[in-house]
Ligand binder design. Structure first.
Ligand code: BES
Ligand code: ZN
Length: 900
């Protein structure tokens, strides 16, 4: 495409579509090389004026167009690479278009494509236009009837949305199936699948007593690995009924696993299509993390059936309406599943583990995004390519924005708001504002005098706000004065366009507790509120609260449970952090305090004064605190495993100025070794205890045993890092003896990072031999090597020459190239690394622009690096930019990176 003319789409330019398309009839003659699509639309003009009928279409060949049966000739319409423009002279008519497309040639995996021997579709956001000409926008909703015809031996299963109306053999070895979806939907939710599959199924009874058929389709031979997925789907259906009062509205709900898939999964109405990585699992091939991810992705796509499909987005700027809300729902689903059946305290701890993981994901991906060239509000104002806006901001920050509304309204208020949202908008395509309006109507009743007017700014404002905390204690008056101040610096393009922009304050629900010097909770009393945790409404730039009856200076426990997606600034002493890490009754803040102390140690070690006495004192304090936590019998193994994982390099990089990746990698290695050595006995004990606790049990992916394995493998990693005698041998034994993939990887990972080359080569060869027939496991094999500390660009290039490697399969490309470029700090931050990255962005762009654009973001933070690295990356950005035929996707990313 002509990238120099890529148009920018603005939210403010939204106009309703001038036509309705109440029904869509599609007939497909499917074949990988050439597929013919016959589309019959009923069209009704809404606008009285003579607006033309503009339909989107890409990579299609036109055969014929008819209006009410009359064949059009070329002078009746305009056709270019992106649009078909018609000039109908009647208010209502039938439009028939016959066209062809080429699935086997479609490497972008958008529209209709081939994967293995099967055919799949992916239409969100703008893929339907690669299937037929259509008003490919989410606010045009239609009833679909779909007939699929294909060779019966090659494609015994022919699936589409809704209910199967009929199936019959055709004369020439072919057969056909007709599907009807009773629910009007936008084109992005259309799907078809054709292939030869195994299917695991179950009939369930929904709450109102209806029978529904749940099915999971997979490639032949993968059937034994579909049990967990079907189980997750059933639990998702039950959970949405019980927690959100939302019932399945279909007689049949299908999930199909695809080996080639750009994203995680897609919520097509009644026919979810999944990356096989989020469907297939058994003890031998999937880790605990995979089982957990499958549960959350299956939940997520199922929950879209209401939040996304029944109520959809008016336009793509509103993407967070469905994604932020549905991520919030899947997070709650996972938390409820983890806490299931536990007594209160243990349930809180289990939910907190999930919260820690979600906040870590937010800080790993979204905070950097909000500080870089792609910074944008949860509801963006403009885009060049919508595929680039399926971002951590829209998803993860969007979910935090929903969670804050949940915090402000409480569970029952939030559910009342959801009910109001469905009462107002079921069957419609709406905006983020419509959602907040529904919540606001309930909030105003619950909290007279309050409203969500200021809160709405969360949707409009980019950047991570900072809240600085000042706490003064007046011993004489026995009271504390707390002052919170918020600011949000300009980010991304704001820095260029309006660096002096004064961003108005946000409504920040700020959860606070206070601890006495011995760590006991202090009762808070202010403004008629009373409790051990108070949620303060910070709505102004600066606000002050006075807490009465506080005899001694307390230690504040700030932003409990991460009540808002902000950065808190408060000058804790190291000792105060250690106190919180040992004693805070609120488990999230307790974890957070430990992380803050570790972060301090790491940043000090990475800076010039790394060897100072104060750093030594801080690391000693950290070790002593960890030793206490290891011995605290009230904490779950899963929670302890989170405490003992050092903040990731990605999170830490954000806190450096300028960013110095090698220094950080070095500091992290050194601290891990130090903690390994200092706490050697602790790790030994934890390892032995967890092995004993798990001994004799068959593998189950439940949260409790997964927690024990996580802690065991974390202890093993520290033992190996500390080069404790026998640790490598123990890791090797664990690898060979493991009866599940979590333990196998738990043994293999430290070996690949620390063992002598011959041992490393031996175990890697053994792993490959054993699992070469399973692509998802071979992805792990590539990923492990891509992230190993000693891996260089040359090693990656050698792995790319391996017969099992291909850039065309997104999972494989991600496992090697993305893992190296995004997660191997030691390997990639060098001239050869940057050049390798640029080459791969360019190569991938020829194959799959959506995937290429994600890789293109690996060095979003380049402008904040130390000067030498900055220059070297800039050269590569410019090199990519000079390519004559960049996709719109990569063009948008690289041009934005270069403007900063
Ligand atoms: N609607 C998306 C899938 C999608 C995203 C399709 C972008 C096309 C373009 C789906 O609901 C989704 O959000 N999937 C996530 C996983 C989810 C658990 C957050 C994904 O695919 O990463
Ligand atoms: Zn989604």
């Amino acid at each position: 495409m002509r990238t120099d003319t890529a148009p920018t789409i603005l939210r403010q330019d939204y106009l309703p579509y001038p036509f309705r398309i109440p029904t869509v009839d599609l007939a497909f003659d499917l074949a990988p090389d050439l597929t013919q699509v016959h589309s019959r639309l009923t069209v009704e003009r809404i606008h009285p004026e003579a607006a033309p009928l503009v339909l989107n279409g890409e990579a299609l060949s036109l055969i014929s167009i008819r209006i009410d049966g009359r064949l059009l000739s070329p002078e009746d319409y305009q056709l270019d690479d992106h649009q078909l423009t018609l000039h109908p002279d009647k208010p209502a008519f039938t439009l028939e278009i016959i066209s062809t497309c080429r699935p086997a040639e479609n490497t972008s995996l958008m529209g209709l494509y081939q994967s293995g021997h099967s055919l799949f579709t992916q239409c969100e956001a703008e893929g339907f236009r690669r299937i037929t000409w259509f008003a490919d926008r989410p606010d045009v909703m239609s009833r679909y009837t779909v007939t699929l015809r294909a060779d019966k031996t090659q494609f015994p299963h022919l699936l589409s949305n809704g209910n199967l109306l009929q199936e019959q053999p055709l004369s020439d070895g072919r057969h056909e199936a007709t599907w009807e979806d009773p629910h009007p939907k936008p084109s992005y939710l259309f799907a078809l699948v054709a292939g030869d599959f195994d299917c695991r199924e179950k009939t369930i009874t929904t709450r109102s007593g209806r029978q529904a058929l749940l099915q999971v389709y997979c490639d032949k031979g993968d059937y034994p690995r579909t049990a967990w997925a079907l189980d997750c789907l059933e639990r998702s259906v039950l959970w949405d009924e019980s927690r959100f009062n939302l019932e399945l509205d279909l007689d049949r709900f299908m999930i199909v696993a695809a080996r080639d898939f750009n994203m995680g999964a897609m919520e097509n109405k009644g026919l979810n299509i999944f990356n096989s990585a989020y469907v297939l699992a058994d003890a031998q091939t999937a880790t605990d993390a995979s089982f957990e991810a499958i549960e959350s992705v299956i939940g997520h796509e199922y929950f879209h059936n209401w939040t996304g499909n029944r109520i959809t987005c008016r336009d793509w700027f509103q993407l967070s309406l469905k994604e932020g809300l549905t991520v919030f729902r899947d997070q709650e689903f996972s938390a409820d599943m983890m806490a299931r059946g536990l007594p209160d305290n243990a349930a809180l701890s289990a939910r907190t583990v999930k919260r820690i993981d979600d906040v870590t994901a937010l800080r790993t991906a979204q905070f950097p995004e909000d500080a870089g060239p792609m910074a944008h509000p949860v509801r963006p104002d403009s885009y060049q390519e919508i595929g680039n806006f399926y971002t951590a901001t829209v998803y993860e920050k969007g979910a935090e924005v929903i969670r804050m509304q949940h915090t402000l309204l409480g569970e029952s208020g939030f559910q009342a708001g959801m009910a109001e949202y469905f009462r107002r908008h079921d069957g419609q395509a709406v905006t983020c504002d419509d959602f907040v309006n529904a919540m606001d109507s309930v909030y105003r009743q619950l909290a007279p005098g309050k409203d969500l007017t200021t809160f709405r700014r969360w949707y409009a404002q980019a950047g991570t706000p900072r809240v600085s905390v000042d706490l003064k204690h007046d011993a004489q008056a026995a009271q504390c004065v707390l002052t919170l101040s918020q600011r949000c610096d300009p980010v991304g393009v704001e820095k260029l366009q309006n660096p002096a922009v004064a961003k108005p304050p946000l409504h920040i629900p700020f959860a606070l507790g206070l601890l006495g010097a011995d760590g006991s909770p202090v009762l808070l009393e202010t403004d008629g509120l009373k409790g051990e945790t108070l949620v303060l409404d910070l709505t102004q730039t600066t606000q002050t609260w006075v807490f009465k009856n506080i005899a001694q200076r307390p230690v504040p426990s700030l932003l409990r449970n991460f009540s808002a997606p902000v950065i808190v600034e408060y000058n804790y002493t190291d000792e105060e952090l250690a106190l919180l890490a040992r004693k805070d009754p609120e488990p999230f803040s307790r974890w957070e305090a430990g992380q803050s102390l570790a972060t301090r140690c790491l940043l000090a070690m990475a800076s010039k004064q790394g060897q100072s006495n104060t750093t030594k004192a801080a690391t000693d304090l950290l070790a002593a605190t960890w030793a206490d936590i290891a011995n605290d019998a009230s904490l779950s193994p899963a929670y302890k495993a989170r405490v003992f994982s050092l903040p990731s390099e990605r999170v830490l990089l954000e806190k450096m100025s300028p960013i110095d990746p090698p220094a950080l990698a070095q500091a992290r290695r050194a601290l891990r070794q130090y903690l390994g050595e200092t706490l050697q006995d602790t790790w030994q004990t934890l390892y032995d205890n967890m092995c004993a606790a798990l001994d004799g049990q068959d593998y189950r992916p439940d949260a409790a045993s997964a927690g024990a394995r996580a802690l065991k493998n974390s202890a093993l990693t520290y033992l190996v890092a500390a080069t404790v005698t026998g640790a490598l041998a123990r890791a090797e034994r664990q690898y060979y003896d493991a009866d599940n993939m979590t333990d196998r990887m738990g043994g293999l990972t430290p070996l690949v990072n620390h063992a002598p080359d011959d041992v490393k080569a031996r175990v890697l060869a053994h792993f490959y031999d054993q699992w070469q027939a399973n692509p998802l496991v071979i992805d792990r094999w590539f990923a492990l090597q891509a992230t190993a500390s000693s891996t260089t660009v040359a090693d990656i290039q050698a792995l790319m020459a391996h017969p099992a490697f291909t850039l065309r399969n997104p999972n494989r490309a991600r496992s090697l190239v993305f893992q190296f470029c995004l997660n191997n700090i030691q390997g990639v931050y060098c001239e050869a690394g940057y050049a390798f990255w640029a080459e791969q962005v360019i190569a991938l762009d020829q194959i799959n622009p959506e995937i290429a654009a994600r890789l293109a973001r690996a060095f979003d933070h380049w402008a904040r690096l130390v000067p030498k690295e900055r220059q070297a990356i800039k050269l590569q950005l410019e090199k990519i930019m000079q390519r004559p035929s960049l996709s719109r996707n990569v063009y948008e990313i690289i041009s934005k990176a270069l403007t900063l």
